[in-house]
Design a protein around this ligand. Structure first.
Ligand code: RAM
Length: 360
C-alpha cells in the first residue's frame, strides 16, 4: 500500500492535533472508523514472497524505555540490520516504563514523520491501539517486538521466545533450587506490561502441577523497570514474608536490583533468585553465589529480527498473515505463526559454567 500525499498530510495532522480535528479535515473519519479500519489495514494486501527488499526506508524503534540496557542492545541490533539493508534507523521513546501517554505521543510523532515502519515494545496492551491503527491506516507498517499490543493493532509481533516456555521454565528453575518447597514471590516490571503479564499467567499455570503442591506464590510485586523501586520492592517482600524461599523476576531491571539487594543482605544464597537477566548484569551475582541460574534470549537478535520483519513488511514480502515465510538475512527463514507472531527461538539458561561465554 502506497501512502498518498493526502493520507500522509492527514496522518501528520492527526499526530499533531486531536484526532477529531484531523478527522474533520480528512473526510470525516472518526476515532471509531480508525479503530475499525486498523484491523483491516493490519492484514491488507497480498504478500509477494519474491518482492525485492526495498532500500532507503526509515524504521523507527520505540522501546518501552530508552535508558534500559536491554533495549539499548535490542535496538542496536535493529540499527545494524537496517544499515546492512540500506535503510535508516531512528529511536524515540520514554525514559520511564510506565509512561504510556508518552508512548502514544511517540507513535504519533513517528506517523507524523512518515516513517515507513515502526518497531514498538508496548508498555500496555491497549493504550497504543488507536495511535497504531492510525499509523497503519496511513501506510506505516507496525511491528511489535518484546512486548505486544492487541493482534489487530499491529501487522506482526516479533516474540523473544514462546511465552509459555518462558513462564513455565522460570518456575521450574526456581522450584529445583528450593527443593520444591516454600513461599515464593514474583518481582515484575510495570503492572500493565503485556509480556510480563503473559509470562506470569503461565507461571501460575505451571504452579498448578501437583509437583508444586508445597510451593506457594505469596505475592506479585511491581518494580516498574525502575532500579530503585525494584530494590525497595525486594526489601519489602523480605520484610513482609520472612520465610520467603525464592523470587522470580522476569525483567532485566528487576532481577539485577533484586540480586543487588540480596547480595548485600543476610539472605544472600538463602533466598533463591531467578528470572530474566542479561549475562553482563548478572555475572557478578552468579560468581558471588547470589544467583544460581537465570535465562534470556539475545536482545540484539530480537532487535535485528524486528528490523528485518519491518523491512519485509514495508517491501510487501509479507503482510503478517499466518503461514507466510521470509528470509531474515543471515538469521535464516522464519514462518509467521498464529495471530501474526514470529518467534525468535529458544532462550538460553545461564549459570556459572557458561556465563563467561556471553557478552551482552
Ligand atoms: C526488561 C523489560 C523487557 C523485558 C526484559 C526481560 O528489560 O521489561 O520488556 O523483555 O526485561
Amino acid at each position: 500500500m502506497r501512502k498518498s500525499s493526502l493520507s500522509r498530510a492527514c496522518a501528520a495532522l492527526a499526530a499533531v492535533t486531536s484526532l477529531a480535528l484531523a478527522a474533520t479535515a480528512c473526510g470525516g473519519t472518526t476515532k471509531e472508523d480508525v479503530e475499525n479500519e486498523g484491523a483491516s489495514a493490519a492484514t491488507a494486501g497480498k504478500a509477494d514472497p519474491n518482492a525485492e527488499l526495498k532500500k532507503g526506508l526509515t524504521v523507527g524503534f520505540l522501546p518501552k524505555q530508552v535508558n534500559n540496557p536491554y533495549f539499548t542492545s535490542a535496538d542496536k541490533g535493529g540499527e545494524a540490520a537496517l544499515k546492512e539493508l540500506g535503510s535508516s534507523y531512528k529511536e524515540v521513546g520514554p525514559s520511564s516504563a510506565t509512561d504510556t501517554a508518552g508512548q502514544v505521543s511517540y507513535v504519533n510523532t513517528l506517523t507524523q514523520q512518515q516513517v515507513d515502519a515502526m518497531a514498538v515494545s508496548a508498555q500496555d496492551p491497549g493504550a497504543l491501539c488507536t495511535a497504531l491503527k492510525q499509523a497503519m491506516k496511513n501506510g506505516v507498517k507496525v511491528v511489535t517486538y518484546d512486548s505486544d499490543t492487541k493482534a489487530d493493532c499491529r501487522n506482526a509481533f516479533v516474540s523473544q521466545a514462546s511465552a509459555e516456555d518462558l513462564g513455565r521454565t522460570e518456575v521450574q528453575l526456581l522450584a529445583e533450587q528450593i527443593g520444591y518447597k516454600g513461599e515464593i514471590a514474583i518481582l515484575s516490571a510495570a503492572q500493565t506490561a503485556t509480556n510480563q503479564n503473559v509470562w506470569i499467567d503461565f507461571m501460575k499455570k505451571e504452579l498448578k502441577d501437583p509437583k508444586y503442591k508445597d510451593v506457594k506464590l505469596v505475592k506479585v510485586a511491581y518494580g516498574d523497570d525502575d532500579a530503585q523501586k525494584s530494590f525497595q520492592q525486594t526489601q519489602g517482600l523480605l520484610q513482609e514474608f520472612p520465610d520467603l524461599k525464592g523470587i522470580i523476576s522476569p525483567t532485566t531491571v528487576g532481577i539485577k536490583a533484586a540480586a543487588q539487594y540480596l547480595s548485600g543482605s543476610k539472605y544472600k544464597g538463602k533466598v533463591r533468585l531467578t528470572g530474566l537477566g542479561t549475562p553482563n548484569d548478572m555475572r557478578k551475582y552468579v560468581k558471588n553465589g547470589t544467583v544460581e541460574a537465570f535465562e534470556l534470549w539475545d536482545p540484539a537478535k530480537l532487535g535485528e529480527l524486528a528490523a528485518r520483519t519491518a523491512v519485509a513488511l514495508a517491501s510487501g514480502q509479507i503482510t503478517g498473515k499466518e503461514g507466510e515465510t521470509f528470509t531474515a538475512g543471515g538469521m535464516g527463514e522464519y514462518t509467521i505463526g498464529e495471530d501474526g507472531v514470529i518467534s525468535l527461538g529458544k532462550p538460553t539458561v545461564f549459570d556459572a559454567k557458561n556465563i563467561d561465554q556471553f557478552n551482552f
